[in-house]
Design a protein around this ligand. Structure first.
Ligand code: GLN
Length: 233
């Protein structure tokens, strides 16, 4: 049974980020793996021990700020406990920014969950928008005003093949610290990159990815190829 907790599913869900949850649910169902989805919204506590995978999608700055305050107050400790015991934590775009130390917006420094040592600054330059592919290989779409900077000891999720990535300059995209993953790739992420969906499912269940029953991924592979094509890779 894969137990998933979606954080702020109503507020942090742009670019169809909820589709990532549908992919996890379907790929478990097709294999006869149980799937339980729980939502944790504003004001609700988070039990870090009750779930195998925590998911945080993208959002507009306004909604993201509401969530940031709530995250620090009600969910930070639970998320840290979950990450320490090896649960998956996946953050996409605004969700990725919230996993970090802070988001600087209009000269205000808004603290995040602090699960990874990244800091995001909303700059006045153009938004970083477009089709994107990174070297692990993940393909998707990005649209963020924030520029994310990795702390010294932090590893990126991948190198940018096409697109902007974390800050439009470093050639780096996302962050990965053990099972905590942050990325700017929307689209949503998992329908176009089902190998990652399977890795998340297997890892959250304590299995080897090769142990999952193979599925017919003809459509999903075509979606991945299409996303790479529009990114120009
Ligand atoms: N509000 C954040 C930014 O613009 C994240 C946007 C998103 O999730 N697409 O940087």
């Amino acid at each position: 049974m894969l137990r998933v907790c979606a954080l702020y599913p109503d507020l942090m869900n742009i670019y169809a980020d909820r589709g990532n949850l549908l992919v996890l649910e379907r790929r478990c169902a097709w294999r006869g793996i149980g799937f339980q989805l729980t939502a944790s919204g504003l004001g609700e506590p988070l039990d870090g021990g009750a779930h195998d995978l925590f998911y945080l999608g993208g959002g507009q700055d306004r909604d993201q700020l509401l969530c940031a305050e709530d995250l620090v107050r009600h969910k930070r400790a639970g998320l840290h406990a979950a990450a320490e015991r090896g649960a998956i934590v996946l953050g996409v775009c605004g969700g990725y920014q919230l996993l970090g130390r802070s988001y600087v917006l209009d000269e205000r420094e808004i603290p995040g969950a602090g699960l990874v040592d990244v800091r995001t600054v909303r700059e006045s330059g153009p938004r970083l928008i477009g089709n994107v592919a990174i070297s692990v290989v993940l393909a998707g779409f990005e649209n963020h005003g924030g520029r994310t900077h990795l702390g010294a000891g932090e590893e990126a999720l991948g190198r940018v093949l096409r697109g902007h990535g974390n800050d439009g300059r470093s050639g780096l995209e996302g962050v990965r610290r053990a099972n905590v993953i942050g990325t700017y790739l929307h689209g949503p992420l998992l329908p176009k990159n089902v190998w990652l969906a399977d890795w998340l499912i297997a890892t959250a269940l304590g299995l080897d990815a090769g142990a999952l029953h193979p599925l017919d991924d003809a459509l999903e592979d075509a979606a991945h190829a299409g996303a790479r094509r529009v990114a120009g890779v």
